[in-house]
Design a protein around this ligand. Sequence first.
Ligand code: GDP
Ligand code: ZN
Length: 454
Amino acid sequence: MITKEFDTIAAISTPLGEGAIAIVRLSGSDAIPIAKKVFQGKNLDKVASHTINYGHIFDEDRLVDEVMLSVMRAPKTFTREDLVEINTHGGIAVTQEILQLLLRSGARLAEPGEFTKRAFLNGRIDLAQAESVMDLIRAKTDQAANIAVKQLDGSLSNLINNIRQEILESLAQVEVNIDYPEYDDVETMTSQMLLEKTAHFEQLLETLLATAKRGKILREGLRTAIIGRPNVGKSSLLNQLLREEKAIVTDIAGTTRDVITEFANIGGVPLELIDTAGIRETEDVVEKIGVERSQKALEEADLVLLVLDASSPLTPKDLELLELSSSTNRIVLLNKTDLPEKIELEKLPADFIRISALKNENLDAVEKQIRALFFSGEIEAKDATTLSNARHIGLVEQALDALKEANRGLAMGLPVDLIQVDVTRCWQLLGEITGEAAPDELITQLFSQFCLGK
Ligand code: GDP
Ligand code: ZN
C-alpha cells in the first residue's frame, strides 16, 4: 500500500473542557521536525518509535507547559504517517496555545475528520471502519459503543466483502457461460444458476438488514413519546427517567431550539424522549397536550409511554388516547399508585405497569419492559456484525432491491444480460459501504461530519 504525501496537520484531539489531560495531535512527514521546534527534552530524532517522552513546550524562551510527548513513526500509526501526540495538563488556554504554536511552526489546522480521512486515504482503514470511528465518537450508550468497536475491527467490511466476492464470481460465471456455450441450452442453464445465487444473496442481505433496525436504535436512540392528559404525571415520569440516567447526551447537532430532545439510557437502550418541550412547559396554564399533540407524537415515535392516573376514574380523553395508541409499541403506565386506586382496570389492556413517579416506585419494571420489547432477551451476545449506520442501511436496502429486480427478471424469463445489469448494480451498491466503489464527493462529505481533531 502506497502512502500518499500530504502536508502536516495539527488539532486538539480531546474534547475541549476541563479534562485532566488534553492531547494535541500532529500528523504528516513534518510532524517530528515541527514538534522539535517547540519541545525541549530528549532529541526527538533519536527517540524510539512509539515512546512517550517527558519534556517542556517553549514559545521561544517562554515556558508554556510541562508535557508528555508521544512519537510514532510511519507506517505503524493510525494515519500511516509520522504522528506526534502532545499530552498537556488540560486547561483550554494552554492547549489552545500549544496548538497555535504548532500552527506558527509549520503545521496546518486539520479539517474535521482529517486524521481519519488520512487513515482511509492511506489504506489503513476502509470507509465502513472510518464511519465507525465517527459512530464511536457519537455513541450514546455503551451498547452503541460496543457495536461501533466491532465495526472498527472490520467485521462488517469482511461480511460485505465476502458477499461482493461471491457476487463477482457469479457474474464471472455468467460471462464464461455466455462466451463458451458448451451446453445446448446455455441461456436456461445460466438463468437457473443465477436464480439460485440471487436467492442466496437475497437471504444474506435480508439477515443483515434484520439486525439493522436494532443497531440503528442503539446508535440513534429509540424515539419515545410520553403521552397522557394533563396532570397524570408525565413531567414527573420524565424527570425520574432523566434522574435515573447515567450518561445523558444532550448536545446533538441539528436539534432545533424549540424542540427539546433529551436522552435517557434505560438499561443500555438509549431513549430519545421527543417533544419534551411540551411536557416541560408550565403546568398552571391550561395544557394543550391534547389529543392533537399526542397524535403527532404518536406518529413520530418508535415507542409510546401512555401515562394514566390510577387514583381517578378513566376520562374520555384517557380512553381516546388508549384507542389512538393501541396499534403502536406502547407501554401503559398506571401512575400515582401510592394513592388509593380508582381507575377501572377492566377497561384497560392487560399489560399495564403500576408505578409511582412521585415516589420513584417500580420504574425498574418499566426499564425491563422497554428492554424486553426491543431486544426480546439479551442483546450483548448476538451482535457480531451489526449494520448500524443509516447510510449502510440505505445501501443494503437498495442492493436488495436490485437483487429482487434480478429475481423478477429471471422469473419472467428476461435475457441474462439484463439480469446481469441488476446484479452488477447490487455489487456496486455494496461496494459503496466499504468505500471500494464510493464516489469522491461522498468521501469528502462523510469525513466532514467528524469532529475536529479526529
Ligand atoms: P403532567 O401534567 O402529566 O406532566 O403531570 P405532573 O408530572 O406535572 O404531575 C401533576 C401532579 O401530580 C403533580 O402535583 C405531581 O406531584 C403529582 N404526581 C405525579 N406523579 C405522582 C405519583 O406517582 N403519585 C402522586 N401521589 N402524585 C403524583
Ligand atoms: Zn407536565
